[in-house]
Design a protein around this ligand. Structure first.
Ligand code: X90
Length: 281
């Protein structure tokens, strides 16, 4: 039974949650890499300084996911681990986590490890981590928690509203034809994480206000009923606050948390970018 087990949640840093209270929690870091520097997505990093550097950086820029060893270390000292990754369709993080699980189980067959593919990232992962923590707190056993979290994950969604697709396009994370049609720079894009865990571009709203309204429309169309919302922004506290106000105007009881993107999401969402995780329950 659950009582004597040491549980732990491990997530990659694309969740923007580098620490979490109440349950043993660790992040494994993705990295942002430029010709000059490597930025590790952890609590020591000055994200604002990185974002500033990125405005003027020359040459190729990219990212890398945590390796098998890093996942293994984070998973090692617990009896029961829930590991949550960015979508396996855009990053090698999930494959690395699965391999880490396989290697750890060979050494310690008694361990319980569940690797979850968020098919998303950022604030949708935030919701899943909070739910995992609540489930662990109930004292349920590992299998019951796994079953419930997988069910919960069918009720969470991600919308994004970006002002540039440049870094996504340059790094092959968005279909190049789609990126070309959308335009990459200076064009606002509203899209969602698709069922397959890829970027699906929906609208090119003219103006920031229209963009926020289409975010709200998409939320409603996808079944938002006033549940929890986690809103991550890259240097756009004002935009996040405006969106939160619009959500609250329609759903006064919505529990909304606003937080800044850390390194990985800041790189891809770019300045002004908003990422919205929400539940349809
Ligand atoms: O392994 C790596 O190097 C990381 C690659 C990450 C690629 C995509 C990150 C996107 C972050 C952009 C808006 C939300 C996209 C939702 C996709 C399902 C933020």
């Amino acid at each position: 039974m659950g009582e004597n087990m040491k549980f732990k949640i491990v997530a990659d840093s694309s969740s923007n949650l580098l620490s979490f209270e109440g349950v043993p929690y660790e992040t494994v870091s993705l990295k942002v890499i430029t010709a000059q520097k490597e930025y590790v997505d952890n609590a020591e990093l000055d994200v604002a300084a990185m974002v500033k550097d990125l405005r003027t950086v020359k040459g190729r820029t990219g990212t890398s996911c945590p390796n098998i060893y890093e996942w293994k270390c984070a998973m090692s000292e617990a009896d029961a681990v829930f590991a949550l990754t960015i979508t396996s369709n855009l990053s090698g993080s999930h494959a690395a986590a699965l391999q880490a699980k396989a290697e750890l189980l060979e050494e310690h067959p008694e361990k319980k490890i569940c690797v979850l593919d968020s098919l998303s990232t950022g604030p949708e992962m935030h919701l899943i981590i909070e739910k995992l923590s609540a489930l662990i707190a109930t004292g349920k056993d590992f299998e019951a928690i796994e079953c419930e979290i997988r069910e919960y994950m069918t009720h969470t969604h991600l919308i994004f509203c970006l002002e540039s697709l440049l870094n996504l396009a340059r790094n092959g994370r968005v279909n190049p034809v789609v990126a070309k049609v959308a335009g990459v720079l200076g064009i606002r894009i509203v899209g969602v994480a698709s069922e397959k865990g890829t970027l699906e571009l929906l609208y090119k709203p003219r103006g920031g206000e229209k963009a926020l309204l289409s975010v709200l429309d998409v939320m409603k169309e996808n079944g938002y009923k006033g549940g929890r919302v986690r809103l991550a922004h890259c240097n756009n506290e004002a935009g996040a606050a405006r969106l939160a106000a619009k959500i609250r105007a329609l759903y006064p009881h919505a529990e909304i948390k606003i937080l800044p993107t850390t390194a990985l999401c800041s790189f891809y969402a770019e300045e002004g970018g908003l990422m919205i995780g929400y539940e349809d329950i």
